[in-house]
Design a protein around this ligand. Structure first.
Ligand code: SAM
Length: 289
């Protein structure tokens, strides 16, 4: 594909006087198989409306355009406007929205631009905003799948099995709402300029139901955050020091009532374990925490 050919990219960018911005995470793909495989993973069926963030010069956007019914792509860098007008001139089902995706109401954007279509996200994300962006996509609640290329380290954490060292509060949040799948790695040599780290493509599929039942989801996530904020502390100490009115004795009792050792650290628990402890804490304290 022309748009991933290094010589062509240099000529195109040079002709438009474009310079890469590090702060915008601009690393453009230079290996045709990567946008092809990301689009194939993100848009496996007909009839989808796809949100892309950061089209760059449009190599993934073109692949998405071939597969999806409609593509809406949000790009912050207006210097790419004349370039995208050239590279996507023949893609009638693509609409580019110029602006900062972090300042947009994602659900309203998707509804407004992709209407009644089944919706998906598919993108090579700017790495500096990965976590807040994924959070916004998940909280928008309108995407059946989210297929993104991100830093390998972050991908590993999101997909980590519970109770292992990579496991953290953000991974639990993602896994509560979505089923994650680690698809493939992409080495730095596939980009211009080359980033320092390896990238990975992950696909998140919306769950029909959360992986466990819990009475108070908000409380459970406060417990998860408290546990991982102080990973080195026992769960009893992490909870009693961070959960307002919960005493050490109450935390101990809640953990013991769930059948766990009261000396455990939160990082060994899976989502179901956190849900159980959350329900016990609500029962024992009977108070508005
Ligand atoms: N899709 C292209 C590719 O794969 O070659 C470029 C991906 S590049 C990693 C990230 C893109 O996101 C850049 O085009 C950058 O300008 C854009 N970007 C960065 N921050 C953004 C933001 N807050 N809102 C929208 N686009 C942003």
């Amino acid at each position: 594909m022309e748009l991933t050919n290094s010589a062509y990219i240099r000529e195109l960018l040079g002709r438009h006087g474009f310079h890469f911005s590090k702060s915008l995470g601009q690393n453009f793909l230079t290996a045709a198989w990567v946008p092809e495989d990301i689009a194939a993973a993100g848009v496996p069926e007909k009839g989808l409306g796809v949100l892309e963030v950061g089209p760059g010069i449009g190599c993934l956007t073109r692949e998405l355009s071939n597969r999806a019914d409609k593509v809406v792509a949000v790009e912050l860098d207006k210097a790419l406007k004349p370039i995208l007008a050239e590279t996507l001139a023949d893609c009638g089902n693509v609409e580019i929205v110029y602006g900062d995706v972090m300042k947009m109401d994602i659900a309203a954007l998707a509804e407004g631009k992709l209407g009644g279509l089944k919706k998906a996200v598919c993108a090579n994300l700017p790495y500096n905003v990965t976590s807040p962006l994924l959070t916004a996509f998940i909280e928008a609640e309108c995407f059946d799948t989210i297929t993104v290329m991100i830093q390998r380290e972050v991908a590993r954490r999101i997909c980590a099995a519970q109770g292992c060292a990579d496991h953290g509060a953000f991974g639990i949040f993602v896994q509560w709402h979505m089923e994650p799948e680690l698809l493939f790695d992409v080495p730095p040599s596939c980009f211009m300029p080359q980033p320092k780290v390896t990238s990975s493509v992950i696909r998140l599929k919306k769950r029909g139901l959360p992986p466990a039942e819990v009475e108070d989801e908000k409380l459970m996530f406060r417990i998860v955050r408290a546990a991982f904020n102080q990973r080195r502390k026992t769960l009893v100490n992490a909870l009693s020091s961070q959960l307002g009115k919960v005493t050490k004795e109450q935390a101990e009792q809640a953990i013991a009532n769930c059948g766990f050792d009261t000396r455990i650290r939160g990082e060994v628990l899976d989502i179901g374990g956190f849900a159980k402890i959350s329900d016990e804490i609500s029962k024992i304290t009977h108070t508005d925490l």
